[in-house]
Design a protein around this ligand. Structure first.
Ligand code: AMP
Length: 114
């Protein structure tokens, strides 16, 4: 058995987090180091390391994560404008290798992203 990821430990309540949404397939909690007034992470219960590791069998789960991200933004009052980000790989800024969708809102966002 491979070691549990940090986010699995949050899902299993071994590590505390401010959980703001939960369903059968995913959980969302506030980012510990927010990059915007609202910054949450939507995390599948399935510990896929990266979005690039997903297969066609995960298509429904990936769609579910986007729908959940929209719900999370809407529930927080930011349904009109939010930024989603998924970092894939260390060079792209990924630090936790359990797939997650960043939901950022509450300020203006530039393009291209840094
Ligand atoms: P990434 O760099 O895309 O892998 O994103 C990982 C995110 O997880 C970062 O934004 C971190 O601030 C966040 N993070 C790390 N540890 C925790 C934690 N214990 N609770 C909530 N967010 C965390």
């Amino acid at each position: 058995m491979s070691e549990k990821t940090l986010f699995t430990r949050i899902i299993e309540r071994e590590i505390p987090a401010q959980i703001i949404y939960e369903d059968e397939h995913c959980i969302a909690f506030n980012d510990i180091n927010p990059q915007a007034p609202f910054h949450a992470l939507v995390v599948p219960r399935k510990p896929l390391p990266k979005v690039g590791d997903a297969s066609v069998d995960d298509a429904q789960l990936l769609g579910h994560l986007l729908l959940a991200a929209g719900t999370v933004a809407r529930n927080a009052g930011f349904g009109h404008a939010f930024r989603l980000a998924v970092n894939n790989g260390a060079e792209a800024g990924q630090t936790v290798f359990h797939l997650h969708v960043h939901v950022l809102a509450g300020r203006a966002f530039g393009w291209p992203p840094g």
